[in-house]
Design a protein around this ligand. Structure first.
Ligand code: SF4
Ligand code: SF4
Length: 118
């Protein structure tokens, strides 16, 4: 469930408001997203995945609210970690496809790299 919007990090791009499939956010007069309907959150992580400022935190608990502290999330490296994991991050993130060691994917990757080097 969405638990945090970091006012310090948010650049008021409005992406989270637009991508949320259940209209959880409103925007305040300054364009800052406000968690207005937390109970409608589907824990889909779309907002966190798209936030370019790593300003959102969605907890894994889908059915209950969790108390979080921004400083603690930062200290634990959790703000932006989901974006990095799925390759959406901008901080040297590596996509899951690139790190997948499933044999068929490894073979396909080697084949593509070989073709590119010709
Ligand atoms: S996790 Fe999904 S449903 Fe919940 S606020 Fe973010 S985009 Fe909306
Ligand atoms: S996507 Fe991130 S930076 Fe953009 S409005 Fe939402 S919280 Fe702020």
């Amino acid at each position: 469930m969405i638990e945090l919007v970091s006012e310090d990090r948010c650049i008021t791009c409005g992406l989270c408001v637009r991508v949320c499939p259940t209209n959880v956010f409103d925007s305040d007069d300054n364009g800052l997203p406000v968690i207005a309907r937390q109970e409608d959150c589907q824990t889909c992580f779309m907002c966190e995945a798209h936030c370019p400022a790593d300003a959102l935190y969605v907890a894994h608990h889908a059915d209950e609210k969790v108390e979080v502290e921004e400083a603690d999330l930062i200290a634990r490296g959790l703000l932006g970690s989901w974006r990095a994991t799925i390759g959406f991050g901008s901080h040297g993130a590596v996509s899951m496809a690139a790190t997948d060691t499933t044999p068929i994917l490894r073979t396909m990757r080697a084949s593509i790299q070989s073709e590119r080097s010709v």
